[in-house]
Design a protein around this ligand. Sequence first.
Ligand code: AMP
Ligand code: MG
Length: 360
Amino acid sequence: MSWGCRILKVDPERPDEASLRVAAEAIRRGGLVAFPTETVYGLGADALNPRAVKKIFEVKGRPPDNPLIVHISDWEMLGRIADEVPKAALKLARKFWPGPLTLVLKRKKVIPDEVTAGLPTVAVRMPAHEVALKLIRLSDTPIAAPSANPSGRPSPTTGSHVLRDLDCKVDVILDGGETYFGLESTIIDVTRNPPVLLRPGPIAVEDVEKALGERVMVTDESRGLSHAERPLAPGMKYRHYAPDTPVVLVDVNPSDIVTVVESAVRELNKLDWKAGLVGSTNLIWLVVGYGLRKGRMPLKIYDLGRGEKPHVAARRLYHVLRKIDEHSLPAAVVLPFPEEGIGLAVMNRLRKAASRRVSG
Ligand code: AMP
Ligand code: MG
């Protein structure tokens, strides 16, 4: 493992070629590079080099049975690593790549077991970010990359998050500012029939179904509601995205406003209102309004924007989960979002980040 790294600022739209060459050289030599994508920052290594891939697991403290997503820059690379590309996969790739959609496909033998945790499949994605695409192209190899944070913590959405999280235990950090979506990719397993949603993300299941012309299976696991003994996607069994501060999620349908407000107030009362309050603008102000009438106020308010615009909440989510720790609050109460579009992903992450859920 190398200690001490090069931090190179890059323009996310027109990245400087010299910086990318330094990073690509690190990848080709079996090193680690943190880089921006349109979802979150990735911690990348040459996907065909098992020793390089092992370093990712060491640096993140990631359990070895949690497989990695392999990032490609063009269609030719897909042919190098995937054994079979079913019709459904082609339809989705044509429609959403480059973009925040990961497809689980049968793998070729060149992909080492370290990447796939020994599975016969590989998760693949073509990111929609100039820095990521050019880095892969210049490295001339697919890049395996999970999020660039210690396992279990909120994912990094800025270069400075990466630096804080990884403490320079990588060779190069490409700092391209803030990522666009702020949440990890949608994962669809197209080796199953019907296709299965393994993780909700920026591409809505509704849009995947429209592109496929068929239904996609959405399990309780992918909504973050249950932890199966033998999960469909191995990483699903782990707690994720969690700040140190205890997080209580009010897991009630947000259209049931009365129950949401009553539950939140009950939880805040238990905490003597010494807590942060996280949620959409409309719900937050209903809870705060109630508190003010009783002369109470939460310690800190984290407004994730209007409930009907969940992509704004998605983009702010990890910032807020990190801020909660920085503000050293005793606890945070989080209000729910509708599970539509990217809202499904927001609720999945909140359920996994929560230390406790209350449902009315
Ligand atoms: P992360 O790198 O943290 O974004 O997580 C990647 C996730 O992709 C893992 O936790 C798995 O849930 C999923 N994944 C990766 N490879 C496979 C695979 N071959 N089959 C099923 N799920 C996978
Ligand atoms: Mg991750």
